[in-house]
Design a binder for this molecule. Sequence first.
Ligand SMILES: NC(=O)c1nn(CC2CCNCC2)c2c1CCc1cnc(N=C3C=CCC=C3)nc1-2
Length: 327
Amino acid sequence: ATPATPVPTPAPTASPAPSQSFKPTKRTAKDYIFGKLIGEGMFSTVFLAKDIHSGKEYAIKVCEKIHIIRKKKREYIKREKDALNMLFSVPHGFVKLYCTFQDDERLYFVLSYAKNGELLNHINTVGSFELNVAKFYAAELLLALEKMHAKGIIHRDLKPENILLDENMHLQIADFGTAKIMDPKEIKSGVSIQEEDESRNERSRKISFVGTPQYVSPELLHNCLDTRTSDLWAFGCIIYQMISGLPPFRAATEFLIFQKILKMEYEFPEGFPADAKDLVEKLLVLDHSKRIGADDQGETYESIRNHPFFAGIDWDNIWEQTPPTIS
Ligand SMILES: NC(=O)c1nn(CC2CCNCC2)c2c1CCc1cnc(N=C3C=CCC=C3)nc1-2
């Protein structure tokens, strides 16, 4: 019989535990009732779906095979699946990939559904966060970045749209379609040269642009370098935006945004809290090797955790705490 709940990942489907009396069967699209569209990307569409057996809600990311092949993006799909599988064992901070399956035309990723949607939506609803709210979510985001980077995963497109809130209003990073998984020798140096993905055959190293203009790091713009500190740059932009309501680098066009980033053209609004300003200034540093956290060894960003902005954060229990009300 079809198992009541989806077979846990990591794919390929885990063999049934000895105690299990049934052999789990591979899911198909027929096991779900597809509901509203909740997201659309270059190569995927995400639907809210309900498992017909358990009644549980999932976010199912559907990718058209022909599109992926034509655009030569198979590597991106594989990388996303690998990153999500690597993060499955991390209890907090990320959407979870429960299972994958395919049919003749499509690939399906069955992911946890973050019921309270995008952080961006919550920022825009209230205008900007009170300091305690911004500090709470910055702390949860830092803990998620620590876990991700410790596994050699760079997200490369962190932004408030890709940071979701689950039913208990805890943070979950989503959309690893632009992630890069560093190989062990790269993790130490922390630097990876932007790979030529299969969609680019130019000899010269070009930016295979993976980020979103407002949050992309200078090194990615300058010389195709993406490092875990590129995510720290985005982290600085997100802290700034939670507190002020807008990203630090804003302009009418992508090119003008890039110019502002490379010239470090941004300013803090009146009344921006001093500790937050100091931390953002230590993250938005052109030289990625000089960003706060860049030299931190081990699996935590101690220098960032110890910054005065995070005074009072209970790092070991934050995921069990009730998040502050966003108002
Ligand atoms: N690309 C993805 O992997 C992805 N995209 N979405 C929806 C996007 C909507 C636009 N901003 C980025 C996310 C999701 C996922 C992962 C899995 C996932 C889990 N829960 C939700 N939940 C949402 C709830 C309300 C509005 C939007 C998303 N969404 C997703």
